[in-house]
Design a protein around this ligand. Structure first.
Ligand SMILES: [Fe+2]
Ligand SMILES: [Fe+2]
Length: 394
């Protein structure tokens, strides 16, 4: 009987919980390190029971492997079953080799399986609390945020459609580039979705939204006032993000995506309007910053500038796109915008080629198709005759 074993409760020790949470919150390598430490601790507590030591170690390795790329909360069931099977096989298998009656061996193995299920349920419940407490973001939460049905994204789609489209393109560019340089592509994708939410405050003042929905609002404003409105989208974005309880890692994209860059359009307008005695300085037309602190936010800054600049291109060809991307990255580098992140020159080359490939695929498909003149007698559902027919039917 199971009761005859002195350390039955040892089989229910949640030793693998540490591995699971460390893997989810930080990294699988840290999770494995935690697993090794917990194996040693469980060894001391169980009087170095070989099956428990083996089971804890193997279950920790299985946990780090299974939890490495958790993308949905439903994956916790899979993790629980995976760890449970590992526990069961190691404990029951070891006991059977020790001539333990098979019934007792299976019961101990089942305790290990139960332990794993409890660990999966506990981690499922604890994860959101720990994320909030330590202000970190896991892939599970990022994937939930990447749903375009988020209220902020829906609001942006309706009230600032130009910004919405811009954000999707920037997101796609940043995601691919981050994948190329081995940075967190999912974080970059989600961060870029939200990077310009501050524009929701005054969407009509941003060029991408002007034309169809809104007229240009800057014509009658002094350049300094226009500049203040433009740079405030960063401050407003941070405020909106906090209101919607976005994680710090996402808010960093809002705060850092413009760096301390110059708003050249209004700087130039101010110079054009200035009296000869006036001194207009570029530094007076800079975003307040901070500069990007991580590789992901730096890639977002570059993708944001590159996408915005393509709108001024008269001719979108692979060559013009390539030249533009090189110039943008070069200018940002020389302006010191990448000084505080860990991007290397090798990374910049990879980012450049990733942007060019993606932007060429996105924008260079607008080729002219050959057309065949339609005979006048051909039917046209939108033709004047058809309209008069419908009107006659009404
Ligand atoms: Fe922006
Ligand atoms: Fe942007």
């Amino acid at each position: 009987m199971v009761e005859s074993f002195p350390q039955v409760s040892m089989y229910l020790m949640p030793t693998v919980l540490a591995t699971l949470l460390l893997t989810l919150l930080i990294h699988s390598r840290i999770g494995i390190l935690g697993g090794v430490m917990m194996t040693v601790i469980s060894g001391f507590l169980s009087g170095f029971s070989v099956d428990l030591l083996l089971a804890t170690l193997m279950a920790s390795l299985a946990t780090a492997f299974l939890a490495y790329r958790v993308r949905k909360r439903s994956h916790f069931l899979r993790i629980g079953l995976g760890i449970g099977c590992t526990y069961f096989l190691v404990i029951a298998g070891f006991q059977l080799t020790q001539s333990t009656p098979w019934r007792d061996a299976l019961q101990l193995g089942f305790l290990g399986f139960l332990n794993a299920l409890l660990i999966a349920v506990t981690s499922y419940l604890m994860l959101p609390v720990l994320e909030h407490f330590f202000d970190v973001v896991t892939d599970v939460t990022l994937l939930e945020l990447s749903d375009l049905n988020h209220p902020l994204m829906r609001k942006m789609m309706v009230e600032a459609p130009g910004t919405y489209h811009h954000s999707l393109v920037v997101s796609s560019l940043a995601e691919n580039a981050c994948e190329r340089i081995g940075a967190n592509a999912l974080l970059a994708k989600v961060g870029c979705y939200f990077h310009d939410i501050g524009k929701l405050e005054k969407p009509q003042f941003f060029t991408e939204n002007q034309g169809y929905l809104y007229m240009n609002q800057h014509d009658d404003l002094p350049p300094r006032v226009s500049f203040e409105i433009i740079i405030n989208h960063v401050r407003d974005g941070v405020r909106i993000a906090r209101k919607y309880r976005l994680r710090r890692a996402v808010v960093d994209f809002i705060r850092e995506h413009q760096g301390t860059g110059v708003v050249y359009y209004f700087f130039k307008k101010a110079m054009d309007m200035a009296a000869p005695s006036d001194r207009v300085r570029a530094d007076d037309f800079r975003y307040p910053g901070p500069k990007p602190q991580t590789r992901e936010t730096a890639v977002a800054l570059l993708a944001d500038s590159a996408e915005a600049a393509t709108r001024s291109l008269q001719e979108l060809t692979p060559e013009t796109i390539r030249q533009l991307v090189r110039k943008i990255i070069n200018d940002k580098f020389i302006d010191g915008q990448l000084d505080e992140c860990e991007l290397t020159l090798r990374d910049l080359h990879k980012i450049q080629s990733s942007f060019v490939r993606n932007m060429t695929a996105m924008f260079h498909t607008r080729m002219k198709y050959p057309t065949v003149d339609r005979p006048l007698s051909a039917p046209d559902i939108f033709g004047a005759d058809q309209f008069s027919k419908f009107r006659a039917d009404e």
